[in-house]
Design a protein around this ligand. Structure first.
Ligand code: GLA
Length: 407
């Protein structure tokens, strides 16, 4: 399969200066968070899709498990599963087709699906009938990353086609666009599709995928992005997932209601990580206010996987209406403490052990601006563990995580 992406990584993260102590002290005074206050974010384009992105998107995407083998039947069975296994009730709404659905264009330039997909309108109707939404995928280049037909030169037609079929979400993946555009044109290229989507009159969630090039977090919102990938692709391995996830520190000021950083889709349940590693994956993604897009085969999932994906208390952290992306507040070697301020004044805290053996990890309450006694609830155990003063310590397994809510 052709892969049109460059291997170059984006420039090192740099961001507006923000002192973490200010952030957590300001929570107490009920001041509005960092990002907008510091004026770091470009004004977001006003689109209806902004409302759909008030909290990070939740759903499923075909790529991580099915890749190019995906068929319409797989999409239908994913929708069936979400609607019936508790995922929909937990907030998973989007059923997203990734690459490899495309066929050829007709003489009028209209894109048609390939034989594995058939009638796209019927597929969208099927997903909608379950009370879910449906997403599609394209590239601004002539070809997608897997070598299928891209939208280059057909942006208006494609946007209208997606709207006519009834799609609610577009992932727009740079891929071969590097062959026809300069990287300096990236923002205008994404804006072109955004404007075409807006002209359809249908609210379509706009997900930018260009692996973080050009510090997309600085301009993604200004071209109408509701979400932008900040990294190259995730894989179903602890090393890759953890490097991506723990590298997100510093990007928090660019995320907020309507526009989110995207450290890529979930691998939970795909089999390449153990239970504790998937707990780390979910805990970190929730603290990061990352999209929760499951990437496993939902039609044959273990109760353990479903339990990880549908932990309501964890999802509430991800979907918290304050819209804050958490950040690292303490680190000692492989032991890390991350925190995320929540709308009710409490703080979600992750204790992460990236090391090779179990270790106790301590949260110092002063690091989150808490004085005196604080109530602690363990969100994976689903129980209040008591009231503590000054600090809270828990043993964390190798590659594992503890997620608590401190009030
Ligand atoms: C790129 C993206 C992936 C996936 C594939 C499809 O690698 O980053 O998420 O969409 O393309 O080809």
């Amino acid at each position: 399969m052709a892969d049109f992406r460059t291997s170059a990584r984006s420039a090192p993260i740099s961001h507006c200066a923000t002192e973490i102590s200010e952030v957590f002290q300001s929570m107490k005074k009920k001041l509005v968070l960092i990002a907008t206050a510091l004026g770091c974010i470009l004004p977001a384009a006003a689109t209806d899709s902004k409302a759909a992105a008030a909290t990070p998107p939740m759903g499923w995407n075909s790529w991580n498990h099915f890749a190019c083998k995906v068929t319409a039947a797989d999409i239908r069975s994913a929708a069936d599963a979400i609607a019936s296994n508790g995922m929909k009730d937990a907030g998973y709404i989007y059923v997203n087709i990734d690459d490899c659905w495309q066929g050829v264009r007709d003489e009028k330039g209209r894109i048609h699906p390939n034989q594995k997909f058939g009638d796209m309108k019927a597929l969208a109707d099927y997903v909608h009938a379950k009370g879910l939404k449906i997403g599609i995928y394209s590239s601004p280049g002539p070809k997608t990353c897997a070598g299928y037909e891209g939208s280059y030169g057909h942006e208006e037609l494609d946007a209208q086609q997606y709207a006519d079929w009834g799609f609610d979400y577009l992932k727009y993946d740079w891929c071969s666009a590097e062959k026809v555009y300069q990287s300096s044109q990236m923002a205008e290229v994404y804006k072109k599709m955004h404007d075409a989507l807006v002209r359809t009159g249908r609210p379509i969630f706009f997900s930018l995928c260009q692996y973080g090039y050009g510090r997309v977090w600085r301009w993604g919102a200004s071209v109408g992005g509701n979400l932008w990938r900040t990294t190259e692709d995730i894989t179903d391995h602890y090393d890759r997932m953890s490097v991506i996830g723990f590298d997100q520190d510093g990007l928090e000021q660019f995320a907020g209601p309507g526009h989110w950083n995207d450290p890529d889709m979930l691998e939970v349940g795909n089999g390449g990580m153990n239970h504790n590693e998937y707990v780390t994956h979910m805990s970190l993604w929730a603290l990061l206010a990352a999209p929760l897009l499951a990437g496993n085969d939902l039609s044959s999932m273990t109760p353990e996987t479903l339990g990880i994906l549908t932990n309501r208390e964890l999802i509430a952290i991800d979907q918290d209406t304050k819209g804050v992306q958490g950040r690292r507040i303490a680190q000692e070697g492989p032991l890390e403490v991350w925190a995320k301020a929540l709308a009710d004044g409490s703080v979600a805290v992750g204790l992460f052990n990236r090391g090779e053996s179990a270790n106790p990890i301590t949260l110092s309450f002063k690091d989150i601006g808490v004085q005196g006694l604080a109530k602690v609830r363990d969100l994976w155990k689903g129980k209040d563990v008591g009231s503590f003063s000054e600090s809270y310590t828990e043993e964390v397994p190798r590659h594992g995580a503890v997620l608590i809510r401190v009030q």
